[in-house]
Write a protein that binds this ligand. Structure first.
Ligand code: PGA
Length: 240
């Protein structure tokens, strides 16, 4: 695990963005694993800025997002499909059909299976951009999720419901389940870039880096991945 501490979120985003741009320029068919939430926001803004200024093209890039809420379709403003379209895809030249977000509606078991097949069919994820939850989750793989899990229907923990309810009218309104790539699906990515900033991430980051590898802290499995970079600010790194 390669850990770098930066002064600001801006510097973290700069580093992650630079690597993604370099990968896409080197291999226009790069398969990117993407995430939602607060952590990657600035990265997406910077990717858009670079696309507009320097013309980096995403015409042949394929993306897979980590997760989606059960019951929300892309028309719902809280869905992760909506988030990705709004904050990234609409602003770059990516083919909409090359952007994949798990579907949280319809036959969920089939959706999970076909998502895994799709990832495999394109040769796997080259770079997975990821955040960490305050409880150490990665995607919606909450504490207790088996390390060998693939894309599955995940049940949100109380902590995650509390953390994400700010995007909904109330805690009652937030879906309690999600379709989520599993821990194994994430570990299968060739490279993982984790971005984390702020005080609330200090504890899970310390556990992930220095604690035992345990399903009680799902991100701790990343210690076993051969190619992970963790980009932190001082607050997130404060317990290391
Ligand atoms: P955040 O969420 O980026 O909104 O902090 C990260 C996560 O829950 O994985």
């Amino acid at each position: 695990m390669n850990i770098t501490t930066y002064l600001t979120e801006e510097e973290i985003a700069n580093a992650a963005t630079a690597e993604i741009i370099e990968a896409v320029r080197r291999n226009p068919k790069t398969v990117l694993g993407l995430s939602t939430g607060n952590s990657p926001m600035r990265v997406y803004e910077m990717l858009i800025q670079d696309h507009k200024t320097n013309g980096t093209s995403y015409k042949d890039v394929i993306t897979f997002n980590l997760d989606e809420y059960v019951g929300l379709d892309g028309a719902s403003e809280q869905s992760y499909r909506y988030f990705m379209d709004k904050f990234l895809f609409k602003h770059i030249d990516i083919e909409p059909t090359n952007t994949h977000v798990p579907s949280g509606i319809g036959n969920l078991t089939e959706n999970c299976e076909s998502y895994e097949k799709l990832i495999k069919a394109v040769g796997g994820i080259d770079i997975q951009l990821i955040g960490i939850g305050t409880n150490g989750h990665i995607a919606f793989n909450e504490p207790g999720t088996p390390f060998d899990s693939k894309t599955h229907i995940a049940v949100l923990s109380i902590e995650t419901i509390a953390a994400n309810s700010k995007y909904f009218e109330s805690e009652e309104a937030i879906p309690k389940q999600a379709v989520s790539m599993g821990i194994q699906s994430i570990m299968d990515a060739k490279r993982i870039i984790m971005v984390a900033f702020g005080k609330s991430k200090a504890k899970p980051i310390a556990g992930m880096v220095n604690g035992p590898i345990t399903t009680a802290l799902p991100a701790s499995i990343l210690q076993k991945h051969p190619n992970v970079s963790v980009l932190l600010d001082k607050e997130a790194a404060s317990l290391l």
